[in-house]
Design a protein around this ligand. Structure first.
Ligand SMILES: Nc1ncnc2c1ncn2[C@@H]1O[C@H](COP(=O)(O)OP(=O)(O)OP(=O)(O)O)[C@@H](O)[C@H]1O
Ligand SMILES: [Mg+2]
Length: 269
């Protein structure tokens, strides 16, 4: 095991996204996962039925205790629900000066809102300046940049525009576009790079975004450079989609165990 990731995100009772996907991804890539839960959701592969917030002082206690005892090499944020939660998380992280992968989660795969629309300004003002990498999907990048993003040239433009909001790197994910290739655009101070892979025809993509961001955080925690961490994370998500178990009636979960070989434990006896 190498690298400690503190994950600050919401719980997905279905286990496919949120904190559960984050822990599985970080673990499957050989790093240590600690968590601070922002909210509980009752959900399955079809949608989110209810959201139960966690008291903010309790959220901050989770973050502080984790940082003070075990420590972290990278922080990953996911669902932050509303402006007060964003403020609480940023206050608790102040002074930690750790790499931060911020996944600006706004809407669940099934369409349920996971961020109060009035919190977008707080996200820009407080979270983005702390982030090492921002990982919006297409609709989130449209909200954050105020631009419409119908194609790859627009993705490149929007990723660069988002950097002007004070974040040193942006990975704009192309899962929501159509076509035979999935293209993710990485914008950094060194320029723009487009990562391409074949689009897998499947409905089992629940938690791809959480899994990707946590996998990148694991890589950074392990001392990888950003590009290397993104490459490994994309390869992991692709393999986990391809080997998805087919559970549920909606957007099913990935196979986070794709890197795990149970036979290695069997031989231990
Ligand atoms: N059908 C697919 N085949 C291959 N890769 C995919 C597919 N769908 C998404 N991906 C990859 O998964 C990663 C996450 O992208 P996506 O746009 O789905 O994020 P997201 O919308 O934030 O996901 P979520 O709904 O879980 O929050 C990206 O690297 C994207 O390229
Ligand atoms: Mg997402």
């Amino acid at each position: 095991m190498k690298g400690r990731v503190l994950i600050i995100a919401g719980s997905d009772s279905g286990g496919g996204a949120g904190i559960q996907a984050d822990i599985k991804a970080v673990t499957a890539l050989g790093a240590y996962a600690a968590t601070a839960v922002t909210a509980l959701t009752a959900q399955d592969t079809l949608g989110v039925r209810a959201v139960h917030p966690v008291p903010l002082d309790f959220l901050q206690l989770q973050i502080r205790m984790s940082l003070e005892d075990i420590g972290a090499d990278c922080v990953k944020t996911g669902m932050l629900a509303d402006a007060a939660t964003i403020d609480a998380v940023c206050d608790a992280l102040a002074g930690a000066s750790l790499p931060l992968v911020a996944d600006p989660v706004m809407v669940a795969k099934g369409g349920a809102p996971l961020l109060d629309p009035s919190a977008v300004e707080t996200l820009k003002r407080r979270l983005m300046p702390l982030a090492t990498l921002l990982t919006p999907n297409l609709p989130e990048a449209e909200v954050l940049s105020g631009m419409s993003i119908p194609d790859l040239p627009a993705m490149r433009h929007a990723a660069e525009a988002l950097m002007t909001l004070g974040v040193p790197a942006v990975l704009l994910k192309g899962g929501h576009l159509e076509g035979p290739l999935v293209q993710d655009v990485l914008a950094t101070e060194d320029g723009i790079e487009v990562f391409e892979s074949p689009r897998i025809q499947t409905r089992h993509t629940h938690g791809t975004g959480c899994t990707l961001a946590s996998s990148i955080a694991a890589g950074l925690a392990q001392g990888m450079r950003l590009r290397e961490a993104v490459l490994r994370a994309r390869a992991y998500v692709g393999a986990a989609i391809r080997s998805a178990p087919g559970y549920g009636k909606g957007h099913g979960p990935l196979d986070h165990t794709v890197t795990v070989d149970p036979a290695r434990v069997a031989v231990l006896g």
